[in-house]
Write a new protein. Structure first.
Length: 207
């Protein structure tokens, strides 16, 4: 085989190998052939980028809240969220989004679970909560779970994506900067293909 033909064959093979696995134990696999030739997209230009920017903003707000009112667990929580932010940035790069773009105004100001409980009566089991909230991923790996700034660890939440009628029931395992953030595994159960944001979500407290 001539040198020119060998180079041509290598070029074709390189174009075919383009799957990129990103954070969350390989939960999201994104094609990367066309992304390299495109300019990075902003949250305003792409629903995928908007969801990732929302997730990044939620984690950044949570860190800021922990720094403003630290407790004995704040250092560990902040370290965990910083690792999550790094994973989200990997997802942004793989999705041809602007890396580091944050949508910090996408959710209500964060509250600690104790503050939320004092502000309103506890939700009864089966009651709809967080009306009007969008749902995105926290970026955390592990078994399906959720994090919340309104419900303590051990609370069970049912999250339904009204755009495809898929639901998941998960336990709150950690604190976050939003009413309900799903980790990668839980979000994968209810997401629409190619989307990192659920605009029409029904969130219910079921336990």
């Amino acid at each position: 085989m001539s040198r020119r033909r060998r180079l041509g064959t290598k070029k074709k093979v390189a174009l075919l190998v383009s799957a990129v696995a990103v954070a969350g134990g390989g939960a999201f696999v994104l094609a990367g052939t066309s992304n390299a030739a495109q300019s990075p997209q902003t949250a305003a230009e792409s629903t995928v980028c908007q969801g990732l920017a929302t997730a990044l903003g939620n984690n950044q707000r949570f860190i800021a809240d922990q720094q403003a009112s630290p407790d004995a667990q704040s250092a560990a929580r902040i370290a965990n969220r910083e690792a999550v932010i790094a994973q989200i940035k990997v997802q942004q790069e793989a999705s041809a989004c602007v890396v580091g773009e944050s949508a910090q105004g996408s959710q209500a100001a964060p509250q600690q679970p104790s503050q939320a409980a004092s502000a309103s009566a506890p939700a009864a089991s089966g009651q709809q909560v967080c009306n009007g909230s969008t749902v995105t991923l926290s970026g955390e790996a592990g078994a399906p779970a959720a994090s919340s700034n309104q419900f303590p660890a051990g609370t069970k939440l049912k999250v339904t994506n009204l755009d495809n009628n898929k639901s998941t029931t998960v336990e709150v395992t950690s604190v976050s900067g939003s009413c309900a953030l799903l980790n990668n595994a839980a979000f994968e159960q209810v997401r629409e293909p190619g989307k990192f944001l659920i605009r029409r979500a029904l969130i219910e407290k079921v336990g």
